[in-house]
Design a binder for this molecule. Sequence first.
Ligand code: F6P
Length: 491
Amino acid sequence: MWTKDSLCELVREKLGDYKFIAVSNREPYVHTYSGHQVICRRPPSGLTAALDPVMQACGGIWIAHGSGDADRRTVDRNNKVSVPPEKPSYSLKRIWLNKEEEDGYYNGFSNKALWPLCHIVYTRPAFDEPDWNTYKKVNNIFAESVLEEVGTGKAFVFVQDYHLALLPKLLKEANSNIITAHFWHIPWPNEEAFRICPWQNEILEGLLSNDVMGFHIRYHCNNFMETVGQALEARVDYERYEVSYGGKRTAVRPFPISVDFEELDREAQGAEVTAEVDRLKNCLGLDDEVIGMGIDRFDYTKGIPDRFKAIDGFLAKYPEYQGKVIFIQAGVASRVLIQEYQSLNKEIDSLVEKINWKYAKGRWKPIICLRENLPQVSLMALRRMADFCVVSSLHDGMNLVAKEYVASRFDEGGVLILSPFTGASRELTEALLVNPYATDQFAEAIKKAIEMPEAEKQKRMKKMREVVRENNIYKWAADIISELLKFEVGV
Ligand code: F6P
């Protein structure tokens, strides 16, 4: 089984001559002002939650966009700050973007074009040429920052996600000693869906400059290879899962991302969490109700309205549960400058209001919405309190909320209701899998979760915990690095 220590050893032994640099848009620690004080918080992001323990194990530099209003105040003159604040183990190097750059690259091309293009949730992507030009410009800014660290030396650059599709090509053109692995954290759609992107060839050429290109599941690898085969004069080899383009080979592989199982399991058992469970119950006025729970970034891919509709359907069909079940939805608004996200937030608020009005009796109401960036200890308390956890994504690369819930249930209790349209559903087959579009079936799944005998709950949770324990985040990183070593460095 891979651990923090064995990953650390792999990196030291095999990549000793290489600088280790991770690059992503989102930074793992954000400094913001709270009055006159500067506070450091972790953003609500699966990517950063997963990569942070890897960086803590490997050391090195993580380059990301400095998005906090106090970020500039906390870096040194090389734009670096050591993190995590409580136990510094790697360097976070921030790059700065002005408002126009951030808007065109992040809100624009990344989240109005690529995000809806890759998630099949029937939100139309908007392809805007000025946004695309800004995206190219910002990928260049990231490249300059990486090259400033590497010079002409050797480096392993681990590129994250859809914000940086052009970065690998820029790096390789500047320094052939750089080896790159790129992990795409979101789905890759089929070639027919992807080809509507007017700049698909530039994006594919950027990604095919990588030595290793990773997705969560094989299905996304296949979609990517088909897209390449249709769009470019490339040799697509399904035997070896490789693409050759312009004399360069790229290995295309599935690497299901995960969580630090041991750490979550340990944290969940802490006395602090027990105290937080009591505090939350008291604060929210909970007695002995059955508790359902969801934790999400408020995104239209997560199926949040769909789960509320299922709760409505469940309470209408089984009125005996009115007054006895409470669903806690935790999470924060995200990408709020984009119109689709504004509409989603309105829809969520009005659904919660409508359902609560419909069923409320005295102090009891069925849905509690906690719209806050809750601290880790509260999120952990919610996982421990929840008799069932709902992950109802309409489309999701992996979904780490599901794995976090499983890793936190050291008591082997709780039921996971999981959408089959998540990458996680391929591994967590003991969850109650339900199509979030099918409201009646979803309502039945909620009933089944509540009424499931303890022995069955335990059997299912135990199996899921074995899967997550073995396929932890250190295995994810070690598999990517091992593939890179095999494929490119030839060790
Ligand atoms: O996992 C997909 C992803 O876009 C990550 O890249 C990102 O960190 C996370 O979702 C949260 O989104 P954002 O960084 O746009 O807040």
